[in-house]
Design a protein around this ligand. Structure first.
Ligand code: SF4
Ligand code: SF4
Length: 96
């Protein structure tokens, strides 16, 4: 027997969010590992900033200032891409 399906107007309002920005989604809660940035080692080449998929590397006037943990998901790409001879970012286990 064919089941009657609801039309879209009868469906409950879901989780669709207003478009245009992801600023309101603080995705840092998902993190299990955390990047630690070493200001002494950093040469401000900005490779980490280019690669970070969450725009979580804070840069002011061309220099890295730190990591925005509200949005950093802990993927580790920044640590992977920071030049091996510099290694200014290391990943550590997140403490909650
Ligand atoms: S761990 Fe991933 S999300 Fe966090 S700052 Fe590094 S590249 Fe960006
Ligand atoms: S990739 Fe490493 S050295 Fe380059 S800006 Fe980022 S933390 Fe600094």
């Amino acid at each position: 027997m064919k089941q009657e399906k609801k039309g879209w107007r009868e469906l409950p309002i879901g989780l669709a969010w207003k478009s245009g920005t992801s600023k309101e989604f603080e995705t840092g809660d998902w993190r299990s590992d955390k990047p630690i940035w070493d200001a002494q080692k950093c040469t401000h080449c900005l490779i980490c900033w280019i690669y970070c998929p969450d725009s979580a590397i804070i840069v002011k006037e061309g220099k890295v200032q730190g990591i925005d943990y509200k949005y950093c998901k802990g993927c580790g790409i920044c640590a992977e891409e920071c030049p091996p001879k510099i290694k200014a970012i290391t990943m550590v286990r997140e403490e909650k």
